[in-house]
Design a protein around this ligand. Structure first.
Ligand code: GDP
Length: 302
């Protein structure tokens, strides 16, 4: 119920579609499809994905497969579900068969990286896993203190940077070393997210990933990009940039309890072929849930 409470705006925009389809008849299907495309665009689906959805419906209408408004609505929903699932192998986290599994958490500041790290640790703890955190955001002074609070709260251990010359790579290397030697199940690596002109975040993330890969075969096992669900259409270029720089294995969409924008989620998954693995639905430890495409579609388009 609470899962996607935040899509009120998207729901409102798409309610127009419901109305359109109620009064739909074959004769004016062209106009209805145009208005449908408009509604999808207003709901942040992005031009490519909106056109794709409308063309698929148009084809099915022409083929005589869809005859009523409610059939079109059902087809619309299943089209969106398939855009969210067809290129996706799995939305499950990849857990390595040999310990530890290394998970890098990346994303711009304020998106919910640190909170997500805490929530993930909490989830793993429920399965009795031994968790190590790496405070790899050495730019923001308060970041490692914030992470230490999450470590305490979840009963996880943590590796922090030396105070004199804070650098992310040594922190991550130390965490991987400790993770291997002390047989941790999971090492959760926080990273910097400062977007600043004088400093190349992508270069730093590449260096972090390279160091982790060198330190342990097949690591990192996951690179999770945390995306602020309220970002709207900006989400796509942002996701693309991070993916091109370091290779993203999954998204965590945060703040879906707030004024989240629904459509862009579909275009990000469709265009990049990368799964949403979790959604954040609040600020508490329990507020992280696995992503479910059908539940998502029901939420934006009840
Ligand atoms: P970071 O800079 O990326 O590490 O972001 P933080 O983890 O510090 O989160 C930034 C703010 O967003 C904090 O106030 C969090 O409590 C809040 N936040 C993170 N995830 C969620 C979420 O799923 N829902 C809501 N409502 N707030 C969130």
């Amino acid at each position: 119920e609470r899962l996607f409470s935040g899509f009120s705006k998207t729901r409102e925009n798409l309610a127009v579609v419901d109305e359109l389809l109620t009064y739909w008849n074959l004769a004016d299907s062209e106009q209805v499809l145009e208005e449908l495309e408009e509604a999808l665009l207003v709901s942040d689906f992005g031009p490519k994905t909106a056109v794709k959805i409308v063309e698929k419906l148009q084809k099915e209408i022409l083929e005589g497969k869809l005859k009523t408004g409610s059939e079109i609505k059902t087809a619309l929903k299943s089209t969106i579900v398939s855009l969210l699932t067809e290129k996706i192998e799995s939305t499950k986290l990849h857990i390595s068969t040999s310990r530890p599994t290394i998970i890098m958490i990346i994303g711009v500041n304020g998106g919910g990286k640190t909170t997500t790290l805490g929530k993930l640790a909490h989830r793993f703890k429920k399965d009795d896993m031994k968790i190590l955190m790496a405070a790899g955001d050495t730019f923001r002074a308060a970041a490692s203190e914030q992470l230490e609070i999450w470590a305490q709260r979840t009963g996880s251990d943590i590796v922090v940077s030396e105070k004199v010359k804070p650098r992310p790579v040594p922190v991550l290397l130390e965490a991987v070393r400790k993770g291997v030697e002390e047989n941790y199940d999971i090492v959760l690596c926080d990273t910097s997210g400062r977007l600043h002109t004088n400093y190349n975040l992508m270069e730093e993330l590449r260096a972090c990933k390279r160091a982790v890969s060198k330190a342990l075969d097949n690591a990192p096992h996951e690179v999770l990009l945390v995306l602020d669900g309220t970002t709207g259409l900006n989400m796509l270029p942002q996701a693309r940039q991070f993916n091109e720089a370091v290779g993203v294995t999954g998204f965590v969409l945060t703040k879906l309890d707030g004024t989240a924008r629904g459509g862009c989620v579909v275009s990000v998954v469709d265009e990049l072929g990368i799964p949403v693995k979790f959604v954040g639905v609040g600020e508490g430890l329990e507020d992280l849930q696995p992503f479910d495409a059908e539940a998502f579609v029901e939420a934006v388009f009840p």
